[in-house]
Design a protein around this ligand. Structure first.
Ligand code: AP5
Length: 215
């Protein structure tokens, strides 16, 4: 099964992709995570990518498409994958369609997480993750079971993303509305687009997605 989680920054794409990936045994392909990993490794692209991400703009399509084209060839994608943060432009969606045709594969679901702008800002401002394993948390909505200790790996160090500032969030939202929102009519035409209420509690969103996939 191949599916896309679509939504603005902070909508809960990564949170739900983690849950689904564990439950269904599908690979989670997060272009944001891949880009942050490339930045961490350094090299000639690193500074350019960091500058773009810190500004809240989108990374050029050719870089992103090349990254995904390579990633979906990995063995963990054989059973299918969850795309988190990709595609984000019509050009990326068209490139994905071409990749799927070349692989003889198809998209099963495109799931939009609908969340109000004010909630997005507070979600992003309160987000942090485990420095060791990357498990995601939130100051109010998702705290570790044992204070100061990661539920997944027991790690005690936590980090916040550099682009999670109030100013950058505004720019990321602008990029979303200008470049990513046009994907909704694009996928509506295919008949595989569903929308869930992303304002609901994490567990309720999970149930809404489960029922779409079970259809
Ligand atoms: P990326 O890393 O993809 O960031 P994003 O799309 O801005 O999305 P986020 O990761 O911020 O949010 P999310 O929806 O995953 O929410 P999360 O689950 O963490 O991209 C970063 C940058 O990389 C972009 O700005 C761009 O520059 C570049 N980039 C990436 N992909 C690209 C592409 N395809 N093309 C071009 N450029 C690209 O949840 C947020 C918080 O809320 C968490 O703390 C969580 O615990 C909490 N939460 C989640 N769900 C709920 C809920 N239902 N109720 C309450 N709290 C919740």
């Amino acid at each position: 099964m191949n599916l896309i989680l679509l939504g603005p920054p902070g909508a809960g794409k990564g949170t739900q992709a983690d849950i689904l990936s564990q439950r269904l045994g599908l690979a989670k392909l997060s272009t944001g995570d891949m880009l942050r990993e490339t930045v961490k490794q350094g090299g000639k692209l690193s500074q350019k990518l960091q500058d773009i991400m810190s500004s809240g703009a989108l990374v050029p399509d050719d870089i992103i498409v090349a990254m995904i084209r390579e990633r979906i060839k990995a063995p963990d994608c054989t059973n299918g994958y969850i795309l988190d943060g990709f595609p984000r432009t019509i050009a990326q969606a068209e490139a994905l369609d071409a990749m799927l045709v070349a692989e003889g594969a198809a998209l099963n679901h495109v799931i939009q997480l609908k969340v109000e702008d004010a909630a997005l800002v507070s979600r992003i401002a309160g987000r942090y993750s485990c420095a060791a394993c990357g498990a995601g948390y939130h100051d109010s909505y998702k705290v570790p079971l044992k204070e100061g200790e990661c539920d997944s790996c027991g790690g005690k160090e936590f980090i916040r993303r550099k682009d999670d500032t109030a100013e950058t969030v505004g720019k990321r939202l602008e990029s979303y509305y200008a470049q990513t929102l046009p994907l909704l009519p694009y996928y509506e035409k295919t008949g595989i687009l569903s929308t869930v209420d992303g304002m609901a509690d994490i567990k309720i969103v999970e149930k809404q997605i489960e029922s779409i996939i079970a259809r």
